[in-house]
Ligand binder design. Sequence first.
Ligand code: ZN
Length: 168
Amino acid sequence: MAFGLNVRAMKFLADRMLGKLAKELRMLGYDTIYYRGEDAHQMIQLARQEGRVILTRNTKLIPKRPEDRIIRVTEDNPLLQLKELIQKRYISLNEENLFSRCLLCNVLIDEISREEAEGKVPDFIFYQQKAFYKCPQCGRIYWQGSHQGNMQKKVDELRLAESREHRA
Ligand SMILES: [Zn+2]
């Protein structure tokens, strides 16, 4: 298994080139911080402190200590990058964890009562949906399907990629 770690428990640090990938990993439920800085030394320090695996496209970034874990992403497109991580067995799709995290804050979202959601989401959504969730940090309300745009479609595509991988 990758780095001898439980794949489900992997925590990531995406470097400045990989902001979109960071959001997509959060979509899958992975604890992922986005490091916008340019200081590679500081970035490695942070990853060590928090036990995170660094994701980078930088070929010059190399581990300096045995505990440093760096994955070099070769694909350009964020969805292909996710597929790459699945194919290399660094991540996997776990239904339970999908859409469990705020895409902006990286924290787990909490289920809230319908009463609390009323008036804070469009009426048609309120009547259509049963369960609502809230980010404890930014207060953003989520519901099934609220993750922007074609996230669900992306997940379906990844599922396909993963099942192909398992058959191979
Ligand atoms: Zn949030």
